[in-house]
Design a protein around this ligand. Structure first.
Ligand SMILES: O=C(O)CCC(=O)C(=O)O
Length: 220
């Protein structure tokens, strides 16, 4: 898929760099990725050219509203058989594209900033949200252990991120995530429920009418 560079679109506000604590071991790193956007977007485009975005099927038989792809040694997949990680892209039966250095280095720097030095991600899930797409509250539980944090990068249109507790019914914080923001949660917060409200229509000056989320995990 081609990522459109729309120089004439409305400018979206971006955040100056600062860290906001949202849990005992959870941080929003505002604007953390902004100095790296010029390396990140071509890398994203090259991954998607090899492993195209697709709407996967949930075990219950619904098509996900987000379109997904992956890079790294393992990619997260879902189909009628369940949620899991796979070393091959089911579309091509080939290994997922390698994780670009720009991705890995950024994820490691964000993890270190949040108190998780030594993070070695082996999986980067790429979620592409068109306006209206959302992600229901869920826990990340498909990884083989929970020692490593989750590191998440937002690009393009803004999103309302829900950061909840350890039961689905717990009250969630609502956190607006903008282009270049990163969220890191781990340790005692590793299994917190989280999700994304439907993306509002809009146009980002670099990415057009879409939001990308890249979620880095140690899965294997
Ligand atoms: O899009 C986001 O910010 C969150 C994505 C997410 O929760 C996931 O992929 O598990």
């Amino acid at each position: 898929m081609q990522i459109t560079f729309d120089l004439f679109a409305d400018s979206e506000s971006e955040q100056p760099r600062r860290a906001e604590q949202i849990g005992d071991q959870s941080w929003v790193l505002r604007g953390f990725a902004l100095p790296h956007i010029e390396r990140l977007l071509p890398a994203l485009e090259s991954v998607i050219a090899i492993a195209p975005l697709r709407h996967m099927m949930t075990p219950g038989g619904f098509s996900m509203s987000v379109a997904t792809s992956s890079c790294g040694e393992l990619g997260w997949i879902t189909d009628r058989s369940g949620y899991r990680y796979s070393a091959v892209d089911p579309l091509s039966n080939q290994p997922w594209p390698a994780m670009p250095d720009a991705f890995r280095e950024l994820a490691q720097a964000a993890a270190t900033q949040a108190g998780f030095a030594g993070f070695i991600p082996d999986s980067c899930l790429i979620n592409r949200y068109a306006p209206g797409a959302k992600m229901s509250l869920h826990q990340d539980k498909d990884e083989s252990d929970y020692a490593a944090p989750i590191v998440s990068l937002s690009l393009g249109l803004s999103a309302m991120f829900l950061f909840g507790g350890f039961a689905r019914s717990d009250k969630s914080q609502r956190i607006a995530l903008l282009h270049g923001d990163m969220v890191v949660w781990g340790g005692v917060d590793r299994l917190r429920y989280h999700g994304v409200l439907p993306i509002k229509p809009g146009r980002h000056r670099l990415l057009g009418e879409q939001r990308f989320n890249l979620t880095f995990r140690t899965a294997g």
